[in-house]
Design a protein around this ligand. Structure first.
Ligand SMILES: *Cc1c(COP(=O)(O)O)cnc(C)c1O
Length: 460
C-alpha cells in the first residue's frame, strides 16, 4: 500500500532513462507501411532524406526495442528531467473519492510542455548531420517555442509557420519564439505555393495544422540546407517522449502503487504515447494489466469519429501517406482553445493500438474540460494547458466513477503542460463565452469521401 502523506515522487539525475522505448517490436500486429504520395508504393529511407536527417529516418523505421539517448541530449534533459510525479491528494479530497490520482508533470520544462523532449533530440540529430535550418509548423505555439529553444541551444535557424488563428489568439507564444531567435509567419502565407493556393481559394482562411505542415514541408523540400521537423504523430517523436513513461514507471514503484488506468490527452498522440507506451509494454509483455485512455476534443475527434485509413499528413498532399485515424486531410477545425489538439489525424502507432482495442478513446466538449481544469487549479495550484485539461477531465470522471461504485481505483495521467500562455482561454471560460462545437457527422462523411483510394497493400 502507498504511504499516507507523500505528494511528490522524485528521481535523481542518475535515474534519467538511458534509452527511449520503441514499441514496434511489442505490437500485436506489424505497422502498415508508409506510402509515397505519388507512386503509392512503400517509401524507403532515401525518399524521406530531403525532409529529415538520416538518424531520425532510421529511428522512424527501427524495430529495435531500445534506442540509446545520446549524452548531449541527456545533458539538456537534466535541466528539467526527471520530471516530478505528483499524487493529487488535495484533488482527491475535493472530489471525496476513494481513487488515488497521480499525475506526471511535464509543465516543468523551460517552455512549459512535454514537447522539448523531442525538440532537443531532433535538433541534436540535425546538427550532427550539418543542417543549418529547420522549418516547422505550430498550432498553439507550444511546438514552435520548443523547437525554437532547441534551435537556440544547438545553433540552428528555426522558421515557424504558425496557424493564423493561433498567431492572433496567442501573441505571447510568438514573442517567445522570436525571443529564442526563430522566424515566425502566420500561415497560410504568400511565401509558399501551398500557402498561395489556399489563400487563392479562401483569402480569410484561419489556417490549420494541415496547411502549415504543407508550407513547412515545401520550404524544406526546396532548400538543400533546410530540413523539416514535426512535433507529434511520427514514430520517432513518440519514441523520444517515452522518457516520460519510463520515469513514471520508476516513480509509481517509489509510490508503491500501480495504475489501473493511464490517461493522456491526444492531439497527434505524442504526450499520451510517451506516458502510455512503457505501461503498454508492461501490459503486453509482463502481465501488469491496466487500461489505457486517450482523450480528445469533440471538435476534433479523430479516433472517436474518424476513419482508420491511409491519408496525407498535410492539406496539400505533399507528405507520405500513413495509415491512421483521420478526419480527412482537408479538415479545418473550429477555433477551440485547445489549439494543440486540432490535428486531423492521429499517430499511426496510437491508431493501431486503438484499432486493436488496447487504447480506448473518449471525447469531451471544451466547457466541461475547462470546468475540470478550474477544479484542478484550485486543488493542486497548477493551471493546466487547455490540451492537458482534457486528461484532467477524464481523470476526474474516473475518480467520480470510482466514488459512485465505492471502489478504489488508481489513476495516472499526463499533465502535459501548464496554461500560463492560455489565460485568455480561461478568461473566456470564466466569462461564460466558450462555445461547445461538435464535429458534424456530415463532415465525417465528407472527409471519408476525400480520402485517397489505396489498393490493398500486401506485405512480404
Ligand atoms: C502540443 C500539445 C499537446 C498535443 O500534442 P500531442 O502530440 O498529442 O501530445 C498536448 N498537450 C500540450 C501541453 C501540448 O503542448
Amino acid at each position: 500500500m502507498p504511504d499516507k502523506k507523500h505528494v511528490k515522487y522524485v528521481l535523481t539525475e542518475d535515474q534519467l532513462p538511458r534509452a527511449w522505448y520503441n514499441i514496434v517490436p511489442d505490437l500485436p500486429v506489424p505497422p502498415a507501411p508508409v506510402l509515397h504520395p505519388a507512386t503509392r508504393q512503400p517509401v524507403g529511407p532515401d525518399d524521406l532524406a530531403p525532409l529529415f536527417p538520416m538518424a531520425l529516418i532510421l529511428q522512424e523505421v527501427s524495430t529495435e526495442r531500445y534506442i540509446e539517448i545520446p549524452e548531449p541530449v541527456r545533458d539538456i534533459y537534466r535541466q528539467w528531467r526527471p520530471s516530478p510525479l505528483f499524487r493529487a491528494r488535495r484533488l482527491e479530497k475535493a472530489l471525496d473519492t476513494p481513487a488515488r490520482i497521480y499525475y506526471k508533470y511535464e509543465g516543468a520544462s523551460p517552455v512549459g510542455s512535454h514537447k522539448p523532449n523531442t525538440a532537443i533530440a531532433q535538433a541534436f540529430y540535425n546538427r550532427q548531420e550539418g543542417i543549418r535550418k529547420i522549418a516547422t509548423e505550430t498550432g498553439a505555439g507550444q511546438w514552435g517555442s520548443s523547437l525554437a529553444m532547441a534551435g537556440a541551444m544547438f545553433g540552428i535557424e528555426v522558421e515557424v509557420f504558425m496557424v493564423k488563428v493561433s498567431y492572433h489568439q496567442k501573441p505571447y507564444r510568438r514573442s517567445l519564439m522570436e525571443t529564442f531567435g526563430a522566424k515566425v509567419h502566420a500561415s497560410p502565407t504568400n511565401l509558399t505555393d501551398a500557402g498561395r493556393k489556399i489563400l487563392a481559394e479562401d483569402p480569410d482562411s484561419p489556417g490549420s495544422l494541415g496547411i502549415a505542415i504543407s508550407e513547412a514541408v515545401e520550404v524544406a523540400a526546396k532548400n538543400p540546407d533546410t530540413k523539416y521537423s514535426l512535433g507529434s504523430v511520427l514514430n520517432h517523436v513518440l519514441l523520444h517522449q517515452t522518457v516520460v513513461g519510463e520515469e513514471a514507471l520508476l516513480q509509481m514503484a517509489l509510490a508503491d502503487d500501480y495504475p489501473d488506468i493511464v490517461i493522456g490527452c491526444a492531439g497527434g498522440g505524442s504526450n499520451m504515447a510517451g506516458l502510455l507506451f512503457p505501461f503498454i509494454r508492461e501490459h503486453l509483455t509482463n502481465g501488469r494489466r491496466a487500461r489505457f485512455l486517450a482523450v480528445e476534443p469533440m471538435a476534433c475527434p479523430s479516433m472517436t469519429k474518424g476513419v482508420y485509413a491511409y491519408d496525407f499528413g498535410d492539406t496539400v498532399q505533399m507528405t507520405p501517406l500513413v495509415k491512421m485515424y483521420t478526419l480527412g486531410h482537408g479538415f479545418v477545425p473550429a477555433g477551440i482553445h485547445a489549439g494543440g489538439l486540432r490535428y486531423h489525424g492521429m499517430a499511426p502507432l496510437v491508431s493501431l493500438l486503438h484499432e486493436q482495442g488496447i487504447i480506448e478513446a473518449v471525447a469531451y466538449h471544451q466547457n466541461p474540460v475547462f470546468e475540470a481544469a478550474v477544479t484542478f487549479t484550485r486543488a493542486e495550484g497548477i493551471t493546466p494547458a487547455p490540451e492537458s485539461a482534457h486528461a484532467v477531465r477524464a481523470a476526474i470522471d474516473q475518480a467520480l466513477e470510482a466514488k459512485a461504485e465505492g471502489k478504489e481505483r488508481v489513476i495516472l495521467f499526463n499533465l502535459s503542460g501548464h496554461g500560463f500562455f492560455d489565460m485568455a482561454s480561461y478568461q473566456a471560460y470564466l466569462n461564460g463565452e466558450l462555445e461547445d462545437y461538435e464535429y458534424p457527422i456530415e463532415e465525417v462523411q465528407r472527409a471519408q469521401a476525400s480520402l485517397p483510394q489505396i489498393p490493398v497493400v500486401t506485405i512480404g
